[in-house]
Design a protein around this ligand. Structure first.
Ligand SMILES: *Cc1c(COP(=O)(O)O)cnc(C)c1O
Length: 456
């Protein structure tokens, strides 16, 4: 590991040990053992000296005896699509440190004792801001987009019900339907790998003629995870209203990176993923809905104990009461101002994406499988005619490509893949995007692939 990265982690850990001394010293007013406190500070200073000079040797390699230090984001340009927009902001990392203890959100929990009602820290306000941000009426935070799907299917889908999904639906959408006893019915892709309003309407018609009943739910991805193509969610919203079927718009790849307007889409539910697209720790996500559906999906408990007669009033069944209780939510809140702001710069992220893809296409034999020009930072590319040709007679096979990339400090492509693979430029500076493009072209040329550089 780069010694400055190593020493940064060591300094953070050393400060945590000082923090522990302060905790232990209670009920006193200062460190109980002044000598070891001073010694710890002296050690921290010497770590900082090493950090400044870029010198010294690694002192700590494991956390808790087993965990290595993860320095991927400090040491590499990471193009892994699922990790790009979930990278934490510095504010989120600070919140993780400050609120890491278990039920840290609950210090000032007062009646009616529900997470989304807590005003200190401002969790209730955050819920309102998040609803405004998505232009929806009500939100709850959930442990991942998948738990948002599940709350909806569990409320709306009965055993045997049909649910309309995309042919590019994420596996968690299938599982959420399955858990409720429903059956998925996939809308086919059009010739451009897009889910259209017409295609959705046709599928609804075929379900109706087959079963005599309208589907219980439509669940369609705003941008899918395979191509990151944009699907006609507004058109589908209209179709959903015509047939009077509730519509869940899956924003796992959009909420938190680009503007998402739930009312404009005409969605009954918007689901987002905190750890995928909102610079938040896992597991986190958001489920937003309208006043029409809030009482159903966020219904409160009706159960009464047969011996004790106990009832738990405002606790919401699908949320199992409270959801993100601690640093996960606090980090999500800490990132939110930056997340809101960055959605306004989505066009720049799309520019970077197209810039990179254009440079990749200059490598003869390369193609892009996603819609093009790109409308998203994630793309699926096909290098069967370029890097895979090299892999064919390379002794490391497909791994030559990941070897060369990681030698250049680039990680996150699927190791060994040289045919169809995905990458994301999300959040990379222009300098990094340029470096990435240059690196791909250099690797190509090293292996005698032709690069048709455009004049620039
Ligand atoms: C990643 C992803 C999910 C799952 O999100 P989680 O927050 O991890 O549950 C769902 N749908 C799509 C389209 C995704 O890309």
């Amino acid at each position: 590991m780069d010694i400055r990265v190593q020493k940064t982690f060591e300094a953070l850990f050393a400060l945590e040990d000082i923090r522990e001394m302060l905790r232990r010293s209670l009920p006193g007013t200062g460190p109980a053992d002044m000598k070891s406190f001073k010694e710890q500070i002296r050690q921290t200073r010497s770590i900082l000296d090493d950090l400044e000079a870029g010198s010294g040797n690694p002192q700590i390699t494991k956390i808790g005896g087993t965990l290595g230090i993860r320095s991927r984001e400090e040491e590499y340009v990471n193009i892994q699509p699922i990790q790009a927009a979930g990278r934490l902001t510095p504010e989120a990392r600070k919140a993780l440190i400050a609120y890491g203890d278990g039920y840290s959100t609950c210090d000032s929990c007062r009646k009616p004792f529900r997470l989304d009602k807590i005003s200190k820290p401002p969790i209730a306000d955050f819920h309102q801001e998040l609803a405004d941000f998505l232009n929806m009426d009500t939100v709850r935070v959930v442990p991942g987009a998948r738990r948002g799907f599940q709350a909806v299917t569990s409320s709306l889908v009965k055993p045997g019900d049909q649910v309309i999904v995309s042919s590019l639906a994420h596996y968690t959408e299938f599982l959420a339907v399955e858990a409720a006893g429903g059956i998925v019915k996939e809308v086919p892709l059009d010739e451009n790998n897009i889910i259209t309003a017409d295609g959705t309407a046709e599928k609804i018609e075929s379900v109706i003629s087959e079963t005599g009943r309208t589907p219980a739910l439509i669940m369609i991805d705003h941008f899918d995870y395979q191509f990151a193509n944009e699907h006609d969610v507004e058109g589908i919203g209209k179709v959903a209203r015509q047939y009077d079927i509730p519509f869940l718009c899956n924003g796992a790849y959009t909420v938190g990176v680009m503007p998402v307007d739930g009312k404009k889409i005409g969605a009954d539910f918007i689901v987002g993923s905190g750890h995928k697209s909102m610079a938040s720790p896992a597991p986190s996500g958001v489920l937003a809905t309208t006043d029409e559906w809030a009482d159903i999906v966020f219904r409160t408990t009706q159960m009464k104990g047969d011996l004790t007669n106990r009832k738990f009033g405002v606790k919401e069944v699908e949320m199992l009461g409270c959801t993100l209780m601690g640093s996960t939510l606090m980090a999500m809140i800490a990132s939110f101002p930056a997340v809101k702001e960055r959605t306004q710069n989505w066009n720049v992220e799309v520019k970077k994406s197209n810039f990179l893809i254009d440079r990749l296409l200059e490598i003869e034999g390369s193609a892009v499988l996603s819609e093009y020009p790109r409308k998203h930072a994630l793309s699926k590319v096909d290098t069967t005619g370029s890097f895979d040709v090299v892999a064919d007679h390379h002794k490391r096979r497909g791994f030559f490509f990941s070897d060369e990339l990681s030698r250049k400090g680039i990680v996150g492509e699927f190791a060994g893949a040289t045919r169809k693979w995905k990458l994301s430029t999300y959040g990379l500076s222009w300098e990094k995007v340029n470096y990435l493009a240059d690196s791909l072209q250099e690797i190509a040329e090293t292996h005698e692939l032709k690069v048709n550089r455009a004049d620039r």
